[in-house]
Design a protein. Sequence first.
Lengths: 257, 284
Amino acid sequence: MKALATLGYVLALPVLLVLLWWALTLGAVNFFVPTPGTLVGKFGEVWFGPRFFSDVLPSIGRLLVGVAAAIVIGVVGGVLIGSVRWLRALLEPVLEFFRAIPPPVLVPVLILLMGITDSMKVAVIISGCVWPVLLNTIEGVRAVDGVLSDSAHTYGINGWARIRYLVLPSASPQIMAGVRQSMSLGLILMVISEMFASSSGLGFTIVQFQRSFAIPEMWSGIVVLGLLGVGLSFIFQWAERNILRWYHGQKEVENAA
Amino acid sequence: MQLDTTRPAQEAMLSVRGLKKVYQTDGGDIEAVRNLTFDLRAGELACLVGPSGSGKTTLLKCISGLMAPTEGEVLLDGKRVSGPPKKMAVVFQEYGRSLFPWMRVRENVELPLKNQGVPKAERDRLVDEALEAVGLSHVPRSYPWQLSGGMQQRVAIARAIAYQPEVLLMDEPFAAVDAQTRADLEDLIRVVWKKLGVTVLFVTHDIDESIYLGERVIMLSSSPTVVQEDIVIDLPDDRDQLNTRALPRFTELRHHVYEQIQLAKKGHRPAAAGSRSAGRPDVA
């Protein structure tokens, strides 16, 4: 019963929006706005076929590899920079500089340096996704509670054990907040990396449809991106619930008190 | 009757010698502890009381190796303390911030042992015993934040016991729990101390608590801190929340310690500041 209610809440607004869209396009013949029926037809036709393997899967693959690499680099770098004072003093101004550079401007440069390859596209995704994770991890590592840190220290929990049992779990709420930002950023960068001089991928296909005035097909590609975002968000929420179970539980107890 | 507080090195489990701590701040140096010297013999339960701001926590941090003293030294079993020693466990006042909230009760107690590479079977035995000793055998799968304050502090005590320290330092451990829980925890400390034969240094600002718990009470002066007085608590060994506290001797000791603390607050310092003082109070 509860699951049914949740499902109702999840689906209510999408259903309403589609109905509205259907009603508004009922008598219209605007070339740029397809009806829901046309779009669903095109959606199946375009995406459930060879394109799924030649464009959708490679895009998702690059996205996942890029985001995963960004998370690893961000967490490892963040733990290092957050723990070592002089490193932080040395790197912080430089980090601000690099963070300010919008990753799309790097695409032409990376094409020159790395060629039009999968690695180039992954590099674009990493160059943007690494910042939220890195900066959040640094903050999380710096905010480790003093008493907790003293406790660990008195029990001889140092070095790697300290990172594993104290620093990483303690910073995990901030790290997860960074990961969440990275994932939506990753989707955007995935599309952008495929818009320049590419020959496959979701971004490439959507641009291709635009240029050939295949408007319903273009819209169907945009729907794929939206659905991908929703899917990623669900996976993230599931992972977050498991990793931060203690954190949410503690917050609930604190708020109740 | 003179109390001899310095002993030959081999007899003292914990020696604090000429300890001085000065904090360097932007606003100038702050002398938190001026000159502290005292010894604890093995198996002793001593309480440290002093007015608030008398540098109790600073002293404890120096003893536990979390902070380096400006001058003087701390010896544990004859060896100079330069970092947190293996034979020492500390229980902090802030129980809510000293347990790992992402670990269950059992994992919290187990972690220091796991980190030391104690074999699993041995670890399980020690953790079971420790949880049993503090009366928490029924909640190993709970998270600390699901427990009351008193129970969380019990978990912290269990973690310290399981670690099998030779010296147990407690920094106002019961200051943040309610009065009834506090009485239970005080008795728990006496029981654990007797059972394990561990040396305990119990820091508190509560005069009654220091007399009820300790075999000895070390009083600190106000900052910059020296030992104001060091007295033996000659109450019967079997202590009881109702009867011990009702003893005339308890009241006398309480009066004496209270007076000394009041003097300390007014800035009165023992005649030979810094040297250990002479023993039993002249009361009754």
